[in-house]
Ligand binder design. Structure first.
Ligand code: NAP
Length: 281
């Protein structure tokens, strides 16, 4: 006989329990996804931790278990590939998944024409294609059980073109539009969809995107406020920074917002993106 303190299945508590018992979190090894995983584990969910970095996922799983959370399932793989998405779906087949947080993603910055095509294509695959596949496959599962939640990480940059991060902003516009449409389409099936559109957040994002952030929100604030909005709003702008930035942009026509965001991105990308070499200064 196996004696364990662990209950046979996770038992989420509070308002979020309606989306339990299992939550899949992509991008769980760092930043916002990691914060979602910790928040959900603390609320009693069983969490599936997905990203490429197995060591960091294992360390997070160990921390959650040590803090009394339900033992997480780790699925390490590249979600920018069909195989990675398929492996995540297969690994979770036997779990009663009620919530899916799609946070895996990255950005790029600098003049688009100077960008490496392969890197831009990887970003397009992860931020859009993989997002579509996970949303479609898990969306069907959630609809079949008649209840569920989908969290899609959008961004402040999703609402207008943004020079110097033009392609990243375009991938986020894709996510935002997908979420807005699905929120209406899936509501009658019992599936709540929320797009989370923060401003700058302190995470691994800035380093990979070659951006410099001045003020930045904490990932925990983003996770907490996004989960609080699930089932109540279609789009949430978590954190004070996102609300202030949106407040100052919202009165401008779209073309005006593009120009303001161009100035913002100049400040965040600085030199080293064409200027230093004299290309397209
Ligand atoms: N930080 C911000 O300022 C900000 C603002 C608005 C929106 N967002 C959005 O929020 C989401 C999370 O970003 P973050 O700030 O948390 O960034 P982060 O700290 O860099 O975390 C990104 C996560 O995605 C995972 N990931 C990256 N490439 C992957 C791949 N090919 N396959 C599987 N997992 C992959 C990373 O893990 P591995 O490297 O281990 O794979 C990591 O867990 C992104 O969609 C981003 O666009 C961020």
């Amino acid at each position: 006989m196996c004696i364990s303190d662990q209950p046979a299945s996770p038992l989420p508590r509070g308002r979020l329990a309606q989306y339990g018992p299992w939550a899949v979190v992509t991008g769980a090894s760092d930043g916002i996804g990691r914060a979602f995983a910790l928040e959900l584990a603390a609320a009693g969910f069983g969490v599936v931790l997905a990203a490429r970095g197995k060591d960091r996922l294992d360390a997070l799983a160990a921390r959650i278990a040590a803090e009394g959370g339900f033992a997480p399932v780790v699925v390490a793989g590249d979600l920018a590939t069909d195989e990675g998405v398929a492996a995540l779906c297969t690994a979770t087949e036997s779990l009663d998944v009620g919530l899916v947080v799609c946070a895996a993603g990255f950005g790029t910055s600098g003049p688009f024409l100077d960008a490496e095509e392969a890197n831009e294509r990887d970003m397009l695959r992860l931020n859009c294609e993989s997002r579509m596949l996970t949303t479609h496959r898990f969306g069907r599962r959630l609809a079949a059980r008649g209840k569920g939640g989908l969290v899609l990480m959008s961004s402040l940059v999703a609402f207008q073109g943004v020079p110097r991060t033009a392609h990243y902003a375009a991938t986020k516009a894709y996510v935002q539009t997908l979420a807005e449409g699905l929120a209406r389409e899936l509501a009658p099936l019992g599936v709540d969809v929320v797009a989370s559109a923060p401003g700058p957040v302190a995470s691994g994002f800035a380093a990979r995107a070659a951006m410099t952030m001045g003020r930045a929100e904490k990932p925990e604030v983003v996770a907490r406020q996004t989960l609080a909005a699930l089932g109540r709003k279609t789009t949430v702008r978590p954190g004070l920074l996102a609300k202030v930035l949106e407040g100052s942009l919202s009165l401008l026509p779209r073309a005006g917002r593009v120009r303001i965001m161009e100035q913002v991105m100049r400040g965040m990308t600085g030199k080293g993106h064409g200027e230093e070499s004299g290309r397209r200064a």
